[in-house]
Design a binder for this molecule. Structure first.
Ligand SMILES: *Cc1c(COP(=O)(O)O)cnc(C)c1O
Length: 392
């Protein structure tokens, strides 16, 4: 039996191990000098002015919403084809979610599906203040189109770029207030758990750094209680202040050591993914029209997931049968994602909704093994097994 191929897998090499081992015996395990170094390197790689590192992609999505002051009485548009965290962070602020439909071929929110969501009546007592495009699979959304619509309607955009590490300038935020990345092991690079938020706005970056550590302020110029902060014109040496509540979203220094080492190899990992995607495209093309890969466009790509769209009924089979057949050949697959508006929590809260594009994408999608250490032969093995699994 050949080695099992999961749908995604981290790349940890000897230099990553050495970097972590060196950090472990340093003075700092949590916030230390490597956090800033990692943020600077990440900003550079993502084409961003500022980067704020945190301890998960979910934290990296939550922080900009908190810093933008999102809360009860407001609503945010989120595409239904995404990981639940994109919607959950909106609810974590007390705001409500309005689910947008997606293009059935790409799974992406488009200017048209955003416009349709904005035409909906938002939950009672709320108004829509922003939207969160998701760069699903690594495909960048039409940010210029979404940005133009958002500007016209007075909305902000926060990008869920958790799939887009490595896409050229994915973090530049030319059309958004912020972009959030994840470094979970299946993503483009990993720190175990981790996230980074990028922004072009220095004040927003500062605010997110405060909210990342409980909301505490240590700069004397910002103190609101001079009676407690100062004595004889001197700042009390122990003093800090809590003007608003935040979280503990700090990323440990030791994980930033791993992040720095991973970032150095991002161009190589990304190039390998692009190569494997090209190989898949060639090998799966003959299986059309029953099987097609999600079409990857002209825009830069993070190459996170490699997704086949399969017309299971046409082959007289089901997705569960195809997944089981592939598993018998030591090939792992996954479904990204169950439409979030169908999750019991959201269906109970907002009632049943029909989003035809999301349903169509969900009905056909299957993520195939896709990670940098795969060999060209591995891709050929998956393509051949996929063909057998549908009886083609
Ligand atoms: C992974 C992911 C997240 C959350 O990231 P974590 O690091 O797991 O918290 C959010 N959105 C999308 C689209 C993701 O893939």
């Amino acid at each position: 039996m050949p080695d099992f191929l999961p749908y995604g897998r981290q790349t940890i090499e000897a230099d990553d191990v050495a970097a972590v081992a060196a950090a472990l015996t340093d003075d700092y395990l949590t916030t230390g000098p490597r956090v800033e170094a990692y943020e600077a390197a990440f900003a550079q790689a993502a084409g961003a002015a500022h980067a704020v590192a945190s301890n998960s992609g979910t934290a990296a999505l939550h922080l900009p919403l908190l810093a933008l002051g999102l809360g009860p009485g407001e609503a945010v548009v989120v595409p239904s084809i995404t990981f639940v965290a994109t919607a959950n962070v909106v609810r974590m602020t007390g705001a409500e979610v309005v689910f947008a439909d997606v293009d059935p071929m790409t799974g992406l929110m488009t200017p048209d599906t955003l416009r349709a969501a904005l035409a909906e009546t938002p939950p009672a007592g709320t108004r829509i203040v922003g939207a969160m495009p998701v760069h699903l699979n690594g495909q960048l959304c039409d940010m210029a189109g979404l940005g133009a619509l958002a500007a016209e309607r007075g909305l902000w955009l926060v990008e869920d770029a958790c799939h887009a590490i490595g896409a050229a300038a994915a973090g530049a935020c030319r059309h958004s207030r912020a972009a959030a990345f994840s470094t979970h092991p299946v993503k483009g690079i990993t720190t175990g758990e981790g996230g980074v938020t990028t922004t072009a706005d220095p004040a927003l970056a500062d605010h997110m750094r405060r909210l990342r550590s409980h909301g505490l302020v240590r700069e004397p110029a910002s103190f609101m209680r001079p009676d407690m902060a100062f004595e004889d014109g001197q700042t009390q040496p122990w003093y800090y202040e809590l003007p608003e509540i935040g979280w503990n979203y700090r990323i440990p220094d030791v994980l930033c050591a791993l992040g720095l080492s991973q970032l150095a190899k991002l161009p190589r990992l990304h190039a390998r993914r692009a190569h494997l995607a090209g190989l898949y495209a060639r090998l799966v093309a003959p299986l059309a029209p029953g099987i097609a890969l999600v079409p990857r466009g002209e825009r830069p790509d993070g190459w996170h997931l490699l997704v086949a769209l399969i017309d299971f009924a046409r082959f007289g089979t089901t997705r569960a049968q195809v997944m089981a057949a592939l598993r018998r050949e030591a090939i792992g697959t996954q479904v990204h994602y169950i439409p979030v508006h169908e999750q019991p929590y959201y269906r109970d809260r907002y009632g049943p909704r029909r989003l035809a594009g999301a349903d169509a994408y969900y009905a056909r999608c299957l993520s195939l093994p896709f990670f940098p250490q795969m060999t060209d032969d591995d891709v050929a093995r998956v393509a051949a097994a996929l063909k057998r699994s549908v009886g083609a």
